[in-house]
Design a protein around this ligand. Structure first.
Ligand SMILES: [Fe+2]
Ligand SMILES: [Fe+2]
Length: 255
């Protein structure tokens, strides 16, 4: 409001918001090419085609009204609550690590190890997840998230980790990791932070209990101490991975 406008009553403001929302609903929502690829189609939503289908409408360039609203300056916790499709496995992994008395960076690594899967993309999720968090966490945490992608396929009897039975069920008995995964494993095995990534794998396999009682509130302080929340909001900052968070914030923005 400025000096030339009259004060807006609560109900007028509510009407305005309703009106804005209606208009937002009328915006053209596009799907990215990767969404079509995931449906088995090599195709894209083009603007002439979409405008012909929705005459007189503009493309969506912000919040998708179908998704839960996010605060103006979202935090990692907001993404957990409003964008991550499932958090039980992450919370269970982190709870195991916490109960076993591991340092906070191990607990954080467990809490974040599969965020790419629950919010973004499955293929190469360890690499995607590591890039998402790299600017905001200790280097060791991002490294461990990246390399769990490979380590989880290789046993280490010295710590009691065998090839997961679950993988035999999920991928069949004949699945063998691709050469780039084997090479990543070899590099990780020789790395000084090997055990941090191995601990992700160890806490991973015990974390698929549908009845486990877990709560994100138990980890809010650990996140606060170990995740450098940008003051502008996660995704609205200038970090090398901010665009990835923005894409999760606004997955259907036209550009
Ligand atoms: Fe994983
Ligand atoms: Fe996992």
């Amino acid at each position: 409001m400025n000096e030339h406008t009259h004060p807006v009553s609560m109900s007028e403001r509510a009407d305005e918001l309703e009106e804005e929302k209606m208009h937002e609903m009328e915006r053209i929502i596009t799907r990215s090419t990767i969404a079509h690829l995931m449906d088995g189609n090599v195709k894209m939503d083009t603007s002439p085609e979409m405008r012909a289908k929705h005459p007189g409408q503009f493309f969506l360039m912000g919040d998708d009204p179908r998704l839960p609203p996010m605060p103006e300056k979202p935090t990692l916790v907001d993404y957990f609550r409003h964008r991550f499709a499932s958090t039980a496995h992450l919370l269970q992994s982190a709870t195991h690590a916490l109960k076993d008395g591991h340092p906070e960076k191990v607990v954080l690594a467990c809490l974040l190890h599969d965020i790419a899967i629950v919010s973004f993309i499955r293929c190469d999720h360890g690499y995607w997840g590591a890039q998402m968090i790299e600017p905001y966490v200790d280097e060791e945490v991002a490294w461990a998230v990246k390399t769990h992608q490979a380590l989880r396929f290789f046993s280490d009897e010295t710590v009691g980790y065998g090839y997961p039975d679950l993988y035999k069920e999920l991928f069949g008995p004949d699945y063998r990791p691709e050469p780039y995964i084997v090479e990543e494993y070899k590099r990780a095995r020789a790395h000084k932070w090997y055990m941090t990534s191995r601990l992700i794998c160890m806490n991973d396999i015990y974390s698929f209990d549908p009845n486990a009682k877990v709560n994100l509130d138990d980890f809010v302080d650990i996140i606060g101490r170990n995740f450098k929340q940008p003051k502008e909001g996660l995704g609205l900052d200038n970090s090398p991975s901010a665009h990835m968070w923005r894409t999760i914030l606004w997955p259907t923005r036209f550009l």
